[in-house]
Ligand binder design. Structure first.
Ligand code: 4AD
Ligand code: MG
Length: 483
């Protein structure tokens, strides 16, 4: 008989029918009740075993973490906690669990800290929390593809190995197959990358944007969805060295179109998760609510996870310029009482304490900040016209989310060749390195705009997980590349 997934069985249970299910034992009580989970849903199926009908030697192998197959008749459950259960008629032990070893793992049925679970990332998929997180991660990924596909965007695969540093922050991982002990050298003692695999120095990409723009300026509207790499040494709960980014790029869009697209996308994702991941979401919602109970009153979230998602889907994001944000911050009591660690001054980047204040205290909703000073934004952002000298701004936008900080960064792009060339010079970027990028401004250049969504930060928001290491299967962070 063919096995059925537990999710399918539970969604259309037929009382009296015989089923075969296969999965991993979560618990076995009183030599009678086995809780089986097969990953298709957060819900276990309860198998009821009449121990007199089975060999002692078989029953002994039904232990936590063991893989078993159960055949039986579906009946209405006699106990509480589940609507149906399987009256077991045959048991197949598929993979035994080494009981002593289970004790040292996260599969031991008790509450484990997220830190301990991280050390056992290879086994944490087996827990309810991580089952829910990774099912939702999948759903978010699918929702993003669906959102763009439904609007006629093309998914473009941009290279992972590249010679350019799109963001200009210099936080790149070099890719080379030169001998690290005896690399070929130039006369001045520097490494001669002409002898390297690609005949030039290359690195893992920090963003697919520049190549994405090339495609958008022919195909009209595209998006990328791939891994990106940053060698920034920031050991925070929001940074990974390897993370996934979604980067749409649209020809003829201006900064307002860009904001609308991003807001629509973020709302769509939240709604998709509420509509399609209800059980996992409910589990994570309750998990977070319980965790909140252990915190002091003033540190608790005002809204539950589900309420936060509902809030995002039903309320407009606040849109303000950087200059307005600086005014709001400087006029706040928080500032006057000197409660910010960093000063607030036009021309310096906002620190995360400032962003949090705006989102969590002042506006209490996602905030889109636009028109940042040109000095600390990337070279490709479009220069705003008519700025006061010394107060030049660019058509940038950052979207800040409660509890997360920067979720999206984007801009309208500089489409004017002369201004872009000057920007390159100001930023110390050699035109020869970006000749292909500049070429698009030579042949029918048009206004266009795009943004980057940090995929893991979005998954954090919709799962309520507060550490980015807990929303990617195998996190890569400074000094950590286990698994
Ligand atoms: O703001 P960023 O650096 O923008 C870009 O890379 C642009 N090329 C995007 C574009 O316009 N096409 O990064 C975009 C987003 C951030 O807002 C943040 O959500 C996420 O990527 N991000 C990170 N997520 C996890 N770990 C890191 N180290 C991240 N750095 C950025
Ligand atoms: Mg940014």
């Amino acid at each position: 008989m063919k096995r059925i997934k537990i999710a399918d069985l539970l969604s259309q249970p037929e009382i009296g029918k015989t089923y075969v299910v296969k999965g991993w034992v979560r618990a076995f009580r009183s030599n009678r009740f086995v809780q089986l989970n097969d990953g298709s849903t957060i819900n276990n199926l309860q198998g009821v075993i009449d121990f007199e009908q089975f060999d002692e030697s078989i029953l002994k192998k039904i232990t936590t973490a063991a893989a078993v197959g159960l055949t039986g008749t579906l009946i209405e459950s006699q106990g509480s906690g589940q609507a149906v259960e399987l009256q077991v008629t045959a048991i197949e032990i598929i993979g035994e669990a080494h009981t002593d070893d289970v004790q040292r793992t996260v599969m031991q049925p008790k509450k484990h800290s997220l830190e301990f679970l991280r050390e056992q990332a290879h086994l944490r998929f087996r827990t309810n929390t991580f089952g829910a997180v990774f099912r939702i991660r999948h759903a978010v990924s699918y929702a993003i593809h669906k959102f763009f596909n439904d609007q006629g965007f093309y998914y473009i695969h941009t290279p992972i190995i590249t010679g350019s540093d799109a963001e200009g922050a210099g936080e790149m991982f070099r890719v080379t197959n030169l001998d690290p002990i005896n690399p070929p050298l130039n006369e001045d003692g520097s490494v001669n990358f002409k002898e390297d695999f690609f005949g030039k120095a290359v690195n893992l990409t920090v963003s697919g944007q520049l190549e994405g723009e090339l495609a958008a300026l022919a195909l009209g509207q595209i998006y990328t969805f791939g891994p990106t790499f940053r060698a920034e040494n920031s050991n925070t709960s929001r940074h990974l060295a390897e993370f996934w980014m979604i980067e749409p790029e649209v020809a003829f869009n201006d900064i307002t179109d860009n904001m609308n697209l991003a807001e629509d996308m973020l709302k769509y994702i939240c709604k998709y998760v509420m509509d399609n991941c209800a059980e996992d979401l409910k589990f994570l919602n309750d998990r977070e609510a319980q965790e909140q109970q252990t915190k002091p009153q003033n540190e608790r979230n005002e809204l539950t996870l589900i309420e936060r998602l509902e809030f995002v889907t039903t309320n407009d994001f606040k849109r303000i310029t950087y200059t307005e944000a600086i005014d709001v911050l400087r006029n706040s009591n928080h500032y006057k009482k000197k409660k910010f660690q960093y000063d607030v001054d036009w021309g310096t980047d906002l620190q995360s304490e400032h962003e949090r204040y705006l989102v969590e205290k002042e506006f209490k909703r996602p905030v889109i900040i636009t028109d940042y000073p040109a000095s600390f934004k990337a070279f490709y952002m479009r220069a705003n016209d008519g700025c006061e000298p010394g107060k030049e701004t660019v058509a940038a936008m950052d979207i800040l989310f409660p509890g997360i900080g920067e979720m999206v960064g984007g801009s309208q792009r500089e489409e004017r060749l002369d201004i872009l060339k000057k920007k390159c010079a100001d930023f110390g970027i050699h035109e020869e390195e970006l000749w292909w990028y500049l070429d698009t401004r030579r042949f029918g250049s048009v206004p266009h705009a795009g943004f980057g969504l940090g995929f893991e930060r979005m998954v954090m928001f919709v799962t309520g997980m507060s550490n980015i290491r807990d929303v990617i299967p195998f996190p890569r962070t400074p000094l950590n590349a286990e698994f």
